[in-house]
Each structure stands twice: as C-alpha cells, then as structure tokens.
Design a protein. Structure first.
Length: 193
C-alpha cells in the first residue's frame, strides 16, 4: 500500500507544478519513487510469481497515463507513442533496479540506485531526444549540445531522486534507531531527555 502512495506522490510531483502554472525543471519524485516501488516488489514463493510483474505493469501504466495527460493537456502537444518508448522502458528498468539492489537496503545500495536512476535517465532520454528529434542536428556537436542543455534537468533529477530516496529509505531506519534507543533507555530505567 505504501508503495502505491509513493507512486501517487511521484505522479502528483509531475502534475501539480503544471496545475499551478509553474515549471518543475525535472524536480520530481519519480526516480526515488520508482526505486522505492521496485524495492517493495517481492517474488512470492507461494506460486504467485506473476504478482510482482502485475504491480510493475500497473506502476508503468500509471506513469504512461501521466505522460499522456501532460503531453496532451499540460503541454498542448500531439501525443506520439514513439517519443515515450524509451521513457516507459526506463520506468520499468528503475523498478527492476529497485527490486534487485534495494531489497536489502544499505547506504551504498541506495546511493548506487540514485546515481543509476538519474544518470540512466539523463543518458537514455537525451540520446533518444537527439536521435529521434529535430531539435538538435544529428552530429556529434548536436549530441553534445543536447547533453549540455540537459545538465540543469539532470542536476535537479539527481537532487530530487536523492531527497526522495533518502527520505523513503532513510526515515524508517532512523525511526527504528530512535525506537531502539527509547526501548534501551526504558529497559535501563534511564531518564529520557
């Protein structure tokens, strides 16, 4: 249930800036939310191995619908399926990344997930924009210009992914440590400050 609430947060982080006529500059909860969602996908030993895949498909479908809504209604552009295929594959890949490396949460694994998520989005989506679009010439200089123009978006995506993933994976650990400290203080009859 919590994973779906995080997915809702990711969707709202993309839609709300447009609702209030603001630009988010790619500062969203999508990367961190997908890592968290993926970390909660567990294969079942009871023969229900299709369940994680159905949950993964539902998360990707929600984000696909969000892309359609934003393209058609917020940006007022025509929707072209081929323009989003790389992004949709990336959504699934980040969930799978979270499923594999973040099932056991450590600081290094979370950092690796954050870096892999934001950097892969930057590299793949901007390459697809350059290769499939007309905004940049199809030359090495055009590819370089595309990546340079995307650096502010990459920076914001990296920061927002780090903040969201840090909160989602770090706050439960912090809460557990606080509870552990309180129990130890209570068991030792120590006064609590």
């Amino acid at each position: 249930m919590l994973a779906y609430l995080v997915l809702l947060l990711a969707v709202l982080s993309r839609i709300l800036p447009h609702t209030f006529h603001e630009v988010s500059w790619n500062f969203t909860a999508v990367g961190g939310g997908l890592l968290f969602f993926g970390s909660r996908l567990k294969s079942s030993a009871s023969g229900r191995s299709w369940r994680p895949w159905a949950k993964l498909a539902s998360a990707v479908a929600v984000l696909m619908a969000t892309d359609y809504y934003l393209t058609v209604y917020a940006y007022n552009y025509p929707f072209h399926l081929r323009g989003y295929l790389v992004t949709w594959i990336w959504y699934a890949a980040v969930c799978l990344l979270g499923m594999e490396i973040l099932r056991k949460t450590t600081i290094l694994r979370v950092i690796a997930g954050i870096l892999a998520s934001a950097t892969s989005f930057y590299i793949l989506v901007d390459f697809a924009l350059w290769a499939g679009g007309t905004m940049y010439p199809h030359t090495l200089a055009g590819l370089e210009a595309c990546y340079i123009a995307a650096i502010p978006f990459y920076r914001n995506d990296l920061v927002s992914t780090a903040l969201v993933a840090g909160a989602l994976f770090g706050l439960p650990v912090l809460a557990a440590k606080i509870v552990e400290t309180l129990h130890a203080a209570h068991d030792n009859n120590l006064p609590m400050a």
